[in-house]
Design a protein around this ligand. Sequence first.
Ligand code: AMP
Ligand code: MG
Length: 423
Amino acid sequence: MVSQAMISVDEALERILSYFDRLEPEERPVPDALGQVLAEDVESTIDIPPLDNTAMDGYAVRAADTEGASEANPVRLRVSGELAAGYIFEGEVTPGSAVRIMTGAPVPRGADAVVPFEETDESSTGSDREFGTFAKSASEVGVLKAAKLGANIRRAGEDVGRGTLVLPQGTVLRPAQIGVLASLGKATVRVIRRPVVAILSTGDELLQPGQPVEPGKIYNSNAYSVAAMVRESGGIPRTLGIATDTVDALTAKIGEGLDADMLITSAGVSRGDYDVVKEVLAKEGDIDFWTVRMKPGKPLAFGAFPAGDRKVPHIGLPGNPVSSMITFELFGRPAVYKMLGKSGWQRPTVRAVAEERIVNTDGRRVYARTIVSQREGRYYASLTGPQGSGILTSMAQANALAVVPEEVAAVEVGDEVECLLLD
Ligand code: AMP
Ligand code: MG
């Protein structure tokens, strides 16, 4: 159903999201899966740590041997060897003996406690001794304090037991989860794949950055800001370059993007004579709606292009650089999140005290670029200068968007306003 009426932001988002589903899983190298969503339950096939090991540098002992030890009356133990992390001690800690042992080293057979250096006479007599230079035979150590059974021993499987569910399907992989997967010995992991987002800029006036300036032309910034937002939200941007403002040029370029999961165009959706995106969408695809009750960003086309047995959803962003960023933020980012299988795409919000008046002239939902700061436990919002939708630097300074509801004609100085935090 084509909606020619101006629809609300919420309805536009709902309609757009109805075109997207979670994508299929893929196997990825663990380090590359940062930010992706697990598509499998991950169980451990090993114990972590794999063996009982020492949490301290010190001496592996039999706790019973150290009973009654004190500074005044140390218990003397024969040192039968030395063990670094990564090695297994072949012998056994027999009564009256100890093994000098480094953090992470497996606890030798026979030992049931570790006495840290600080609780032996090595702390005063030989703590600066290099590892490996210890005279094994005829060495002794004095224990200055009785050790409790199991002291300073990390038990096998205390972090993860073999066979336990460590990360359930649906988990978002953050750095800690990446580390946990590596600790399980996994090199690859099954995750929902990242969506490919094709980005096409339209307009006879556009020049690619890197080209010399030309009279009447402007640099194509939208493809860059939108591609960066796609990447930041977890998608893979694929820029298609620039199409001139003709139906033929646009149709050909759009064809290059139809193997993507979503197609984004910028410009060509307002009422100007040369705004051809809507025309091509209406002719080659299905147009769903093209005006949203918001500012900036009223002209926003949405629909889908057929591509074989698929339909590629298409968001036609407005051309003005601020409008294209804000509309991608509100509609494109949630779509990318949905395809990734992620839920929490909503930005955190705060209620901030307006330090300037924010006007709403015609009953649309206004997204004003603001700097939100915190003083004495309250948030304050000030505008980032002129709010024209072509003034991209207003966006660069902003850390938040203040949202003025449709029915509010102005937020006065001192009023509270809801702000979406962008950082
Ligand atoms: P339009 O939607 O075609 O009416 O364009 C609205 C405004 O956005 C015009 O001033 C265009 O020059 C500008 N504009 C369009 N595309 C881009 C772009 N890719 N980068 C920067 N500005 C653009
Ligand atoms: Mg144009």
